[in-house]
Design a binder for this molecule. Structure first.
Ligand code: ADP
Ligand code: MG
Length: 381
């Protein structure tokens, strides 16, 4: 389970290493870097889908996502004796992402493509490393990429073998060198990263996918747009924790109960109404809470689930039920919640232990004062 996240040179995250707990709340004022942190996690998982470079290109290319402040912020600059200004760059342009748990670590370093590359804004992968145990060292390194050259260390003899010598700067060794015979760990890493789940702005507007009629098929994972809500709820009922679902719904809307019929789909029976209401008829807040139930009570929990501002459009009364739901879901997977809602954060605190990361911006740079950064070393170029 991911324990440490490291980001450097990405938007306002100039240099940040953070511990992730079973349930972590990331908070901070507007512009402190919460969304950037959410996106950094998503970029890591996109490596495994072969979408990293395309994703960064969609954000405006390297020049736009790269830390826009000075390479180093000296003490004179921080104390105001020196204006914030660019200094002569000493190191290469670099955007780095990495994470580790107790068993493995992985890091990637992106830079400018070579001069002859026809797409000068696309980031190029300069370096990738994967290691065992908590710390990167010569001895713990077992998958190593420099430029186009990828080497893997044999599991039995410990000898380095070449896995690729001309890997494209836009392709990751995680997707291109993962084969069961030689790159089994890379394959395992790819599968893990692919499974990370992200929920951001689950739509509840009148045209929201969740409001449309749906085909009821086996759906252990709610789609990121919530389009298969009814089927996901039916699947929780069939093979998951239906009791937790009923408790969550009753806790949020006392006296209400979800009904799922194979032919008719989902409906919510509410106190005082003569007939149950279909998703198309539910209020925004009610629908959003049901979407969160479906996401969080997935019968196939991922290693990591990340939710960006799940409380949006929920009534303050729903913060405690939502906190309970998050807590319950965190028994089965690691959860990172990005939120600036004080009521939700307080409610999560009342449910028990959680990691709280409060982001602040200082000299344009996102910092996490009060959070002890775990040990972390970046692979060198
Ligand atoms: N390339 C960049 N370099 C430095 N700062 C950036 C860059 N791109 C965006 N920012 C700044 O990063 C800050 C954090 O943005 P964001 O993560 O969206 O904050 P939040 O979600 O906490 O409101 C914003 O104030 C934005 O101006
Ligand atoms: Mg934001």
């Amino acid at each position: 389970m991911i324990r440490t996240l490291a980001v450097s040179g990405y938007r306002s995250l100039r240099d940040l290493v953070l511990p992730l707990e079973q349930l972590t709340v990331v908070t901070g004022a507007n512009g402190s870097g919460k969304t950037s942190l959410y996106r950094a996690l998503r970029l890591l998982s996109e490596i495994a889908q072969g979408r990293l470079v395309a994703s960064l290109a969609a954000e405006g290319g390297l020049t736009s996502v790269l830390w826009a402040g000075p390479e180093r912020i000296g003490r004179d600059m921080r104390e105001g004796r020196h204006p914030v200004q660019g200094t002569v760059r000493r190191g290469p342009v670099s955007l780095r992402l990495g994470f580790c748990d107790d068993r493995f670590g992985y890091a990637l370093d992106l830079g400018m493509p070579s001069a002859e590359n026809p797409f000068p804004l696309d980031p190029a992968i300069k370096r990738e490393a994967m290691w065992t145990g908590g710390r990167l060292s010569h001895a713990s390194l077992f998958a190593d990429r420099r430029g186009g050259l990828v080497r893997l260390r044999g599991a039995t003899d410990g000898a380095w073998k070449e896995a690729a010598h001309d890997l494209s700067p836009f392709d990751s060794m995680v997707t291109h060198c993962a084969d069961p015979a030689n790159g089994a760990e890379l394959l395992a890493l790819r599968e893990r990263l692919r499974d990370w789940r992200f929920y951001d702005a689950l739509r509840t507007d009148p045209a929201a996918p969740a409001r449309r009629p749906q085909v009821m098929t086996y759906t252990p994972v709610l789609a990121s747009d919530g389009a298969d809500l009814s089927a996901a709820i039916a699947t929780i009922r069939a093979i998951g924790d239906g009791e937790a679902l009923d408790e969550a719904v009753d806790g949020a809307f006392p006296g209400s109960r979800l009904e799922v019929e194979p032919g008719a789909g989902l409906a919510l029976r509410q106190h005082g109404l003569l007939r149950p209401l279909r998703p198309a008829e539910l209020s925004d807040g009610t629908l959003r809470f049901l979407l969160l139930c479906a996401a969080l009570l997935s019968p196939r929990p991922p290693e990591l689930m990340v939710l960006n501002e799940p409380e949006a459009s929920l009534h303050p009364d729903l913060m405690a039920p939502l906190a309970r739901l998050l807590r319950r879901a965190s028994r089965a997977c690691r959860i990172v919640v990005v939120s600036h809602n004080a009521a939700l954060i307080a409610a999560i605190g009342q449910e028990g232990e959680s990691g709280e990361i409060r982001l602040e911006r200082s000299f344009g740079e996102t910092t996490a004062p009060g959070v002890e950064p775990p040990r972390w070393e970046w692979p060198k170029r």
